[in-house]
Design a protein around this ligand. Structure first.
Ligand code: B12
Ligand code: SF4
Ligand code: SF4
Length: 242
């Protein structure tokens, strides 16, 4: 009986990973709720101003989180487009596709699934084995560097966990910190009041009066600009793939 459950768990886990890969994920990891829900809560300071939720506060019988990495293969995917009063990011559309595909698959198998739950995705990516925190405060992977975007699905399915990523890829390097044009980085942390990505989104009028900033985040059309990529470009990991 126990062996059968293990075998079913094994099969469901492989199927979920195959579905995610088919939908376009380059990296997939499983994080058990028993691990996330004992990790410290994270303060999300930009716009949100509150501590992150626990997975079981989002779904009381949650068992696992599927965390997926989508590869940003070109700078043109770093777009921000103003649409009415909102900003949309075309490169985030594939993330929704990954989440919907995996979520629908789990639901068809009889489990609950919540796409893009309000959880700290970088922490989940490290716990799911996708990469480590880089000094640019992004998750970096040995092959793709920081050029991955994260998609997550919270589920009641009990899946086989992956090991956390424990290697420190940065070591003595500080290239991203030096590359930031507005000194928004200290090791492993970004100051969200300084980072140009946030300033452009919250105060585009003053942003567009600053010629130096406009060089870093060029306007591409009336409503679109490219987001700053300096702290990703500086990273020695993932250049070949980008
Ligand atoms: C708000 C937000 C922003 C804000 C604030 C960023 C921030 N504080 O991290 C702003 C607007 C500045 C921003 C900018 C960008 N963002 Co952003 N952002 C988010 C969002 C919505 C929440 C992140 C957050 O605030 N977390 C709270 C922080 C404090 O959490 P944390 O970093 O995990 O906290 C840990 C660290 O502080 C760590 N820590 C603290 N001290 C120390 C010391 C050491 C030694 C160590 C090791 C760790 C450590 O411990 C904490 C607990 O684990 C996430 C999506 C999500 N739901 O998670 C995307 C996300 C983090 N952003 C992302 C990206 C790509 C970007 C940009 C490149 C813009 C872009 N192209 O989209 C820039 C990069 C700026 C940068 N260098 O970080 C990706 C990151 C992918 C990756 N490879 O990691 C995410 C995951 C979105 C996604 N779906 O892919 N972002
Ligand atoms: S995205 Fe640009 S402004 Fe923001 S931390 Fe990275 S280099 Fe600095
Ligand atoms: S540039 Fe260097 S310090 Fe920054 S994330 Fe990459 S390896 Fe780490």
């Amino acid at each position: 009986m126990g062996m059968k459950i293990e075998k079913d768990k094994d099969r469901l886990t492989s199927e979920v990973k195959a579905v995610a890969t088919w939908a376009g994920a380059r990296l997939v990891g499983i994080v058990p709720i028993s691990v996330t829900d004992v990790s410290p809560k994270v303060f999300v300071g930009w716009n949100v101003q509150e501590y992150s939720m626990r997975a079981t506060e989002v779904m009381s019988d949650a068992k696992s989180i599927v965390v997926m990495g989508y590869h940003v293969c070109d700078d043109i995917l770093e777009l921000a487009v103003r649409h009415g009063g909102h900003w949309v990011y075309p490169s985030y559309f594939p993330l929704a596709v990954l989440e919907e595909t995996v979520g629908n698959y789990l639901e068809r198998r009889g489990y609950k699934a919540i796409a893009n739950p309000p959880l700290p995705q970088k922490q989940l990516a490290q716990l799911g084995g996708l990469g480590c925190y880089g000094k640019n405060s992004l998750i970096i992977n040995p092959k793709y560097g920081p050029w991955i975007r994260l998609a997550t699905v919270l589920t009641s399915a009990d899946l086989i966990p992956d090991n956390p990523f424990t290697v420190d890829l940065c070591s003595e390097c500080t290239d991203c910190i030096k590359a930031c044009p507005v000194q928004a980085l200290t090791p492993y942390r970004v100051d969200n009041r300084r980072c140009l990505v946030g300033i452009h989104l919250t105060d585009s009028q003053s942003f567009e009066k600053n010629d130096q900033w406009l060089q870093v985040e060029p306007k591409l059309s009336k409503n679109a600009h490219q987001m700053c990529t300096r702290c990703q470009k500086a990273c020695r990991y993932g250049r070949e793939e980008h």
